[in-house]
Design a protein around this ligand. Structure first.
Ligand SMILES: [Zn+2]
Length: 380
């Protein structure tokens, strides 16, 4: 048995105080959390406080070579244009090294599971050897209705490569402004394709596109020669226009939600949705955060994501926690830590094994000392 005590223990839901001892078996599985007086001898007293491993619910590991390439505060359409034009790495080994370094940095700070968006199989070799849990979301996109079957086939070929290696994987729609009605229907019709995720309402132009078929996305489509004849404005917000396609999905993670209104939050309440915030990326691209108080008023339990190194200075869930705390000091640390742990595990369907110090789980341990997070490894 391994017995750990610290100045405090956060168990995935609450702080338990200094009197508790985390008891694990030799494999790192939680046996119990007990009062010190019950724990017997051989208690290791650690500095700082302990927390279950962090969950990064939204990342793009394959963009790790783009750190610092794109200036801040460009707005989403300009940001996307730059990513599409600059995402090709100078050489495959540069991308490989960047992927490995980013993965190791996440591991070192205590992230144990990642919901990772993929447009290619570039991250597959690294994921096979990484000890983290990776759920790969193979992104599907195509705004031209007629090409939907080909676009799905293109993504399905990448999906098959992950599947062949028994890596957790699903096919996911990219965003409401890049997926046609037919492509939404094709994805919704796939069996055992869960969880799903989508970039949602990351900028104001997305709602304008759906309400009126005007705005920055129409310029974006013209820039890339993308036909929009098949698309009709719905007169409703983006979310209220696309969510009906995926209303039967058993698990659907909406990412960013920077421009989601309270009315949209209520509209989504009947679907099996969870919500992921990427505060540092939102600040980087749009210089704005989601209406967090509106989400909390409506009982939402958010997860946290880092997005990619194209839109963030680091891939650190602890830094995302700090940013939420800076912008919303009235939200207790205990609550924001739930976003970083148990809520993320639930959003990715991993709460049976990760996200909290509960008997039988192997959630990993983060040690927070002097306001820095690092993975605590049982055997150094
Ligand atoms: Zn993203």
């Amino acid at each position: 048995m391994i017995k750990l005590a610290a100045d405090d223990i956060f168990d995935g839901r609450r702080f338990l105080g200094p009197d508790r001892v985390l008891v694990l078996d030799a494999s790192g599985a939680v046996t119990a959390v007990v009062p010190r007086s019950w724990a017997g001898d051989d208690i290791q007293q650690l500095k700082g406080w302990l927390c279950p491993g962090f969950i990064n619910a939204h990342c793009h590991l394959e963009l790790s070579h783009m750190k610092g390439c794109i200036p801040e505060h460009t707005g989403l359409p300009a940001f996307l244009t730059r990513v599409m034009e600059q995402r090709q790495p100078p050489g495959p080994e540069i991308l490989e090294e960047a992927i490995e370094a980013a993965g190791q940095a996440m591991q070192a700070e205590g992230i144990v599971a990642v919901g990772d968006i993929c447009n290619t199989a570039a991250t597959l070799p690294y994921k096979l050897k990484s000890p983290l849990y990776w759920h790969s979301f193979i992104e599907c996109m195509g705004f031209v209705d007629a090409t939907a079957p080909q676009r799905l086939e293109h993504s399905a070929a990448i999906y098959a490569q992950f599947r062949a290696q028994h890596l957790p994987v699903s096919l996911a729609p990219h965003a409401p402004y890049s997926v046609s009605a037919t492509l939404f229907r094709l994805i919704a019709g796939m069996d055992n394709n869960t969880p799903l995720t989508i970039h949602n309402q990351e900028c104001a132009a997305e709602d304008e596109l759906y309400r009126q078929k005007t705005g920055a996305f129409m310029d974006f489509f013209r820039h890339f020669g993308i036909q929009t004849d098949n698309f009709e404005a719905t007169g409703r917000s983006s979310l209220q226009s696309w969510l009906p396609y995926l209303k039967d999905a058993p698990r659907l993670l909406l990412v960013h939600n920077t421009f989601t209104s309270e009315e949209d939050i209520r509209f989504a309440a009947d679907a099996n949705v969870s919500w992921c915030f990427c505060p540092n990326a939102n600040a980087y691209i749009e210089n704005r955060l989601p209406d967090t108080p509106a989400f909390l008023r409506n009982g939402v339990k958010p997860a946290l994501g880092t997005d990619s190194l194209a839109s963030n200075h680091q891939l650190s869930i602890w830094q995302e926690v700090q940013t939420v705390r800076r912008h919303y000091p009235h939200i207790p640390l205990e609550e924001v830590l739930q976003w970083a742990t148990i809520n993320g595990a639930e959003a990715l369907g991993l709460a049976d094994t990760l996200g909290s110090f509960e008997k039988g789980k192997r959630p990993g341990i983060v040690q927070i000392v002097d306001n820095n997070a690092k993975a605590y490894t049982l055997y150094e």
